[in-house]
Design a protein around this ligand. Structure first.
Ligand code: 3NM
Ligand code: MG
Length: 510
């Protein structure tokens, strides 16, 4: 029996969530809002009360033609004739339950690893719950928080099976679209999401469920802007760069920088010189207003404090909801445990259109715990060019975004195409703020050109690298000190040329 798993309600009778209300009333309200399957989950009450409550719930779910599944208790499911059961890894095993239940009973299994998921598929379970997506107060003794990246690995492992899939743990209105979008593996997507508190604890469960139905039906705002990648050929992309730069200058995007204090002034000047409008604000609540402009958000965690992460998360949420681009520069990502945690929290907490970093930072974003950075400079490289290209591509593919791995050669990928950029000048590595400026510049270009994010970022990098080459070639530039003002001048010169339709600066340069 195929189950519609799209909006899967899991009940909870604890006072913190039910708040003194009658469970059947709450569930009926949620059903009116569009819940497609209900799991009765009660870990505390005695069997007599479980049967009584399950029977009442079944009366309600039958009215809405929605299956009722009983968590753990095969006996309760049998007693009331429920449509099926949901079994955790420590509950009765699939084979035993299958023997006891009617032929057509629905059996779902909780899984949190590839092995568990594969076993459930091989056994013939109807669906698996995959969790824990995000840490949640509703269930704290979960095995592991796997996020969208871990969920994607599990989906990929069972791509050849028709088994149903739902994600569970910490899913709410602000992350449900991203959960569905970013978990998707090339051959298998989630069939739905399982929700406890965001529906059961809601003041209006019906309205909450309705909102979920609407969100589930549509891709996230940030995914709507980018159409599928077009031409791959480097020449075709390069030929479009001058017009993309012109477009960026015309759009005059606002770039909201949550950036470190070391480089703040320099980066603001860079943004001004390329024709964008910078605002430097570490205050997350300001994003609800700032996200309404044609613009982008840059998160640069170069001088992280105790307040940074909650502020970043607020701002990211505002921009994600609006669909405006967010750039993440995980400065010094692997340097300390605080920064490693911040990377995990931020990548779990929102969507980044672009992740930009040096080798150590990108490896940390990918999740290699073996990385130990010293300070925020890039340190000795351990990856060759091919490995860097592969890392950038794999991270972009997993996150469904664009990744820029910077170095003497920069590797840029959208998960399909990988481009190596050789331009630039060694002086860029001798002054602070130049790397951070790439994040800001990329944000400006992403805001101005939404249909091909790889081309947008490529245009920004080339404007930047060619300006650096032009600056270093000036006879009055004798070292990093005199390079800085010349660099700002040359960015401004390219911006002026682009605005006047003059592309001669670009010919033969990339
Ligand atoms: N199982 P909420 S997480 C019942 O990871 C349950 O297997 C989980 O509650 C698992 O939607 C969870 O309120 C609770 O975060 C999910
Ligand atoms: Mg259980």
């Amino acid at each position: 029996m195929p189950v519609d798993l799209s909006l899967y309600l899991v009940t909870d009778s604890t006072p913190a969530i039910l708040k003194g209300r009658d469970l059947c009333t709450v569930v009926e309200s949620a059903l009116q809002g569009g819940v497609t399957v209900v799991q009765y989950r009660d870990k505390t009450n005695d069997t007599g009360l479980l049967v009584e409550t399950a029977r009442k719930l079944h009366q309600v779910t039958k009215k809405y033609n929605v299956p009722l599944l009983i968590n753990d208790r095969v006996d309760v499911a049998l007693a009331i004739g429920a449509e099926g059961v949901h079994l955790g890894q420590d509950d009765m095993n699939f084979t035993e339950a299958k023997k006891l239940l009617p032929e057509n009973a629905i059996i779902g299994i909780s899984t949190s690893s590839v092995e568990e998921a594969k076993k459930a598929a091989a056994d013939g379970a109807d669906y698996i719950g995959i969790g824990t997506m995000f840490a949640t107060p509703t269930k704290t003794n979960t095995k592991s928080v796997i996020g969208t990246a871990g969920t994607q690995v599990i989906l990929d492992a069972i791509k050849d099976s028709a088994i149903g899939t739902v994600s569970i743990g910490g899913i709410n209105h602000s992350n449900v679209q991203r959960v569905l979008y970013q978990s998707q593996s090339p051959k298998k997507a989630l069939d739905g999401v399982a929700i406890v508190s965001a529906i059961v604890a809601a003041d209006d469960p019906k309205a909450s469920a309705e909102q979920f139905v609407e969100l589930i039906r549509n891709p996230p705002r940030f995914a709507q802007a980018s159409s599928p990648p077009r031409a791959n050929e480097a020449e075709v992309l390069l030929s479009e760069v001058p017009q993309i730069i012109r477009k960026m200058v015309e759009v005059h995007p606002l770039v909201h920088n949550m950036i470190n204090f070391v480089v703040s002034n320099f980066v603001a000047n860079v943004a001004l010189s390329i024709g964008a409008s910078p605002i430097m604000s570490p205050y997350g609540d300001e994003a609800t207003d700032l996200c309404k402009f044609d613009g982008a958000l840059l998160i640069n965690m170069g001088t992280l404090t105790t307040e940074s992460v909650p502020n970043y998360l607020k701002a990211i949420k505002a921009y994600n909801e609006r669909g405006n681009p967010v750039v993440y520069d995980p400065v010094g990502a692997a340097a300390t445990h605080i920064r490693r945690n911040a990377v995990n929290q931020l990548m779990a907490g929102g969507y980044f259109d672009l992740i930009k970093g040096n080798e150590g930072e990108i490896r940390q974003a990918w999740g290699s715990s073996a990385v130990q950075q010293r300070g925020v400079d890039s340190g000795p490289s351990t990856l060759d060019g091919n490995q860097k290209a592969t890392l950038a591509r794999d991270l972009a593919r997993r996150e469904r975004n664009v990744v820029l791995l910077t170095g003497a050669t920069d590797y840029l990928s959208d998960g399909e195409r990988v481009i190596a950029v050789e331009n630039g000048h060694p002086y860029l590595g001798q002054v602070t703020g130049t790397g951070c400026a790439i994040g800001t510049i990329s944000g400006c270009f992403l805001a101005a050109h939404r249909s091909d994010r790889l081309l947008a970022v490529l245009s920004g990098i080339l404007m930047y690298e060619i300006a650096a080459e032009n600056a270093a070639a000036k006879e009055y530039v004798r070292g990093p000190g005199s390079f800085v003002p010349a660099f700002v001048d040359e960015l401004y010169a390219i911006r002026t040329a682009a605005a006047n339709g003059d592309d001669s600066w670009f010919a033969g340069r990339a």
